[in-house]
Write a protein that binds this ligand. Structure first.
Ligand code: GLA
Length: 369
């Protein structure tokens, strides 16, 4: 009797869980729902988070394993162990697989820009190195990684172009070359330009100039990625909506590629997602170590509802909304820009349980403006 009761309770629970809508199903007619994964998730060393990813998401992005410093740590040395596992996880689970990221100024070792004497490379030598990297990495996953963040974060806050080592050594056409090499390595792959804070008008104008120039040079950019590192009051609905509309007008899709919402007090007035920023820890900047107060939990849910309301309005211009992480516990926002804080930016809590924000996002899928 007891066993029967337990089994029937388990069956009821299983039926209940499988009847729960999932993110990927709720938005299946609108856009893909993605998450950035760490190795524990895609190697399934962390099976519960691996399962959560399979249950909820239709697209994946590698949080770090395809960044230059990890996949190509030394001259002539490529490290494909984790990227291979990542791609295999996506293929086995029929997910839309993103490559992130080919050309960036961060997480790219200094040697990339130097010869074997430590002197700056010439333009031609750096172009050859860029070509080798892109041909090798994109070529290896040709036909399996379906879309690539080719260039990440090339524009400054004021809309001018960032003086990265790529640009200093190669010149302004380093961006054009990167797209040409990526297209050559996998002509069928979607190619993206990925950037933060484009909701701010000056930076957006810079990115519009960049995309327009690339299009005039014959580059086919499939989509612009708005990283979507947001907080509770930035960007406004209008800023976000105008940003999506502006890029859609250029004939590119608009994806949200790194969505999260910082709920902690900000360490500076500086509205940015520059990963190199670091501030000193202070207790008043880390107020919720024992849990997020209910009012903030609701504010976060309401904020997610608002953002997804805007995405749904623009759903015909969008292909994907990707979260930067799966659970609060593995978000980069626990350590940026101040290390060791307790942040709550995502839809699943530290135990992998859905938060009120999860229900709010699902509800937004019902409205089809
Ligand atoms: C940027 C990069 C991502 C990641 C985030 C923070 O947005 O594009 O790869 O590093 O910063 O984790």
């Amino acid at each position: 009797m007891k066993t029967v009761t337990i089994i029937s309770a388990a069956l009821t629970l299983a039926a209940h869980l499988s009847a729960q809508p999932t993110l990927k199903d709720a938005f299946k007619d609108d856009f893909l729902i993605g998450a950035a994964l760490n190795p524990g998730q895609f190697t399934e060393a962390n099976p519960s988070e691996g399962d959560l990813v399979k249950q909820q998401f239709s697209s994946i992005t590698p949080e770090n394993c395809l960044k230059w410093e990890n996949v190509h740590p030394a001259p002539g040395k490529y490290n494909f162990y984790l990227p291979d596992r990542y791609v295999e996880f996506g293929v086995n689970n029929h997910m839309f697989i993103i490559g992130h990221t080919l050309i960036w100024h961060n997480q790219t070792p200094d040697w990339v820009f130097q010869d074997d004497q430590g002197k700056p490379l010439t333009r031609d030598a750096l172009l050859a190195r860029m070509h080798d990297h892109i041909a090798t990495v994109v070529g290896r996953y040709r036909g399996r990684i379906q879309g690539w963040d080719v260039v990440n974060e090339a524009v400054n806050e004021d809309g001018t172009m960032r003086e990265s080592k790529w640009r200093k050594i190669i010149g302004p056409d380093f961006i054009l070359k990167a797209y040409q090499y990526a297209h050559e390595a996998d002509p069928a792959a979607e190619l993206y330009y990925n950037e933060y804070s484009l909701e701010n008008p000056n930076k957006r104008a810079g990115a519009v100039r960049l995309i327009t120039e690339l299009q005039a040079q014959g580059v086919k950019i499939t989509a612009i990625g708005l990283q979507g590192h947001y907080n509770l009051d930035w960007p406004s609905e209008d800023q976000l909506s105008d940003t999506i509309a502006t890029f859609a007008h250029l004939g590119v899709k608009v994806n949200i590629t790194e969505l999260d919402i910082n709920v902690l007090p900000s360490a500076s007035q500086n509205m940015t997602a520059d990963v190199s920023l670091k501030y000193r820890a202070a207790a008043k900047l880390n107020p919720y170590t024992n849990g997020l107060p209910a009012t903030l939990q609701q504010a976060l849910a309401a904020r997610y509802a608002t953002l997804f309301g805007v995405f749904m309005q623009h759903r015909h211009s969008m292909e994907r909304v990707t979260f930067w992480g799966v659970t609060d516990g593995n978000s980069w926002l626990n350590d940026w820009p101040i290390p060791g804080r307790t942040n709550y930016p995502l839809l699943f809590d530290r135990a992998g349980q859905p938060k009120p924000a999860f229900a709010a996002v699902l509800a937004a899928a019902q409205a089809k403006p």
